[in-house]
Structures are given as structure tokens and as C-alpha cells.
Design a binder for this molecule. Sequence first.
Ligand code: RTP
Length: 150
Amino acid sequence: MTSEQTFIAVKPDGVQRGLVGEIICRFEKRGYKLAAIKLVTPTQEHLEKHYEDLKDKPFFKGLITYMGSGPVCAMVWEGREAVKVGRQLLGATNPMASQPGTIRGDYAIDVGRNVCHGSDAVESAKKEIDLWFKKEEVNSWKKAEHDWVY
Ligand code: RTP
């Protein structure tokens, strides 16, 4: 089985609204493995790097200000087709077009406050993981074969 990693972030509005647990739950229940997690308030410089592809968009400045307005829960999730399925779990960028049952389709109505971010390709996932995490913060672990519950 080919396994890959994706970068998923709960944006400041998602953290403020107490949706971190719900979002973790959806990835865990789908069968993905949490490889890294931290709460961080990103600097403007960091966000400009993260969103450098969007620097000419009219919403860029507002996006950077909003993303730096409070803590973001940054995560790395691992498993089969994690990038593609991660985007499916999140739903469409514009929540008005997101299907019910997706995170944005269940919890958002505004494209500028769409609760979460997910890498859009394997290559961008690698770049984003390198930007947000130090190597030693990303855990490589196997699900144990022991019974942990007696
Ligand atoms: P994300 O990076 O957050 O996962 O979003 P995405 O790939 O689905 O979409 P992208 O085009 O990269 O846009 C990044 C974020 O910018 C905000 N946005 N605002 N018209 C607007 O006001 C507008 N369009 C995009 C959204 O928060 C989007 O997630």
C-alpha cells in the first residue's frame, strides 16, 4: 500500500469555534494516522510563504491577517491517498459548494472563514510539512499489534 502524508490545518476560526476535536475525529475515524500536531500562531512572514501562490489575489492581505489572528492547529496526517481524501474530507474551498457531510459543508458558509486547510497535491504537502514542522516533530510510527484495552 502506498502511503503519503498531507498537511492539514484548523484555521483560527476553527480553533475559536472548538472544532479541533471534531476535525481530528473525522481523520482518525476514516483510518488516517496522526504524524504531527501543534498549536501555533503563525507570523505574517510564515503565512506569506505558505500562501505565496496566492500573492496576486485580491483577498491575499485579508487571508494573511485572518490566518495570523490566533492559533492554528497544524497537523500531518498519513495514509493511503491522504492528500486527495483529505481534500474530500474538508469539502470544496467555498463552503457554499461543499457537500453536507464534509467539514466545510457541515460547519462553514463563508469562503473567508472556511475552518480548515488541506494540501492540494503530494508535492505541495511536502513543502507545507517542511514549512510548518521540524523534521523531529513528524513522527514515524506503526499501529501496535498489542491489545491496549483489557
Ligand atoms: P486552503 O489552501 O485554505 O486549503 O484552500 P484551498 O486550497 O481550497 O483554496 P485556495 O484557492 O488555495 O485559497 C486559500 C484560501 O483563501 C481563501 N479564499 N478567499 N474569494 C475569496 O475571498 C477567497 N478565495 C479563497 C479561503 O480561505 C481559501 O481556503
